[in-house]
Design a protein around this ligand. Sequence first.
Ligand code: NDP
Length: 468
Amino acid sequence: MRANLDHRDRSDALVLFGITGDLAYKKLFPALHDLERDQDLDFPVIGVARSDWTVEVLRERAEKSMREEVEDLDEEAMRTVIDRLEYVQGDYNDPATFERLNELLQDCSRPMAYLAIPPSLFDEVVEGLDMIGANERGGGVVVEKPFGRDLKSAEELDKLLQATFDEDLIYRIDHFLGKETVLDVMLFRLANPVLDTLLHRHHVDHIQITMAEDFGIDGRGGFYDSVGAMRDVVQNHLLQVMALILAEPPVSDDPEALRDEKSKVLRALRPVRPEDMVRGQYEGYLEVDQIPADSTTETFVSLVAKVDTWRWSGVPIHIRAGKAMDETRTEIAVVFQRPPLALYRGEGMDSPPPNTLRFRIKPAERIDLGIQLKKPGEEIATESVLMTYRWDDRQGRHTEAYARLLGDALLGDRTLFARSDSVLAAWKAVQPLLDDPGPVYHYEQGQPGPDEAKRVAPPGGWLAPLHE
Ligand code: NDP
């Protein structure tokens, strides 16, 4: 879905705060490459950071990033991106940095600012952007996660941004929402109304959302310990994805229409009770570099959420995320109700297992509808069969999430960005868990979390991974 946009909304410059940092290296230069190759950027990209670099050093780093991180590099696109780069060296605390930036922006009427910087610096940068009239120019601001670390700090950050920018110029980026398979959840539902009809409390028993990783946090200790699984992926990525699968169809392709529906879901999300959550920490976490010996940060969390909308009331939403688990899998699974009467035997059981609809985002992207068919042979019993669609089967190149989202922001399309009310509603729902996190249970690396997590697991347990 691409909203109808007025081309006057298009940005005519990109200002990248944090251009010398890790995110720019890993994601933003590659995204610029893809945008140049596919859409022709046609405007300057101005980096602002503290390092005492020349523009030549910046260009070398950009080239190294694109050579390393882009899978199918287009030399011409890479060269064009490099040529478009400009650099403003300076501290964000120094107004002169913004004066120099402003000079470079003289010929631009709608510059877009991208804050790829630690949140502790937002204050200074937003103030500097205010000084150069960024809001009046209408180009907007892209804000990276984390959007606060609890409800109060998110509200404060919102206040800070909204004191300078109109809400419709604030692009809160959650790269999960730009992934092709996450977009497919939306398109699958809205372009196939016959299937969407099934996504309803009349048919669904429960929903499972998993983000499991079979690796730990080596190398990211300092960062990870200050957030934990709940803040790192549940409050943002997984609740946003949940909102996509539960939202009512929007009334139009206006960016606000989908955001309205997602917001309704998150506002209907009941604050999660501490007894509906279990936290875990993998054994060996405390030995990781930069982790305090007495850290109780969770590397695993499992919870049950309830969404009180007309469509979903009473349907449990099970969510879990963890590091150093027994597998790497990101998946949304809808588990349907069983037949009202067990007329047939299922494989090894008295009645057939429930139908399932699974959207797998990672590792290989696929969609599976789990159904029952007659088991071949004399016996009148069912066997489980999958109707599978694999992304690999389709020709064509994926658009990388950062390229899509950055491109959308530059075009002025807010559809895939999180709106203030959604973000705050998601914080509100998890705030009781931050206030009363309860104990953290230990689990061996390579296990699906601590045993205690069975208490909040789905009825019948978590679905086993699908093998290729
Ligand atoms: P880095 O620490 O690698 O980069 C920080 C950037 O800010 C550098 O360019 C640095 O410039 C600049 N900077 C810091 N202080 C100042 C200052 N006082 N004046 C001017 N420039 C300054 O951070 P990341 O790139 O890892 O992360 C940036 C943001 O993106 C964070 O909010 C993070 O949470 C988020 N994010 C990062 C991800 C990642 O994969 N890295 C993934 C998702 C979100 P210099 O080095 O020149 O001093």
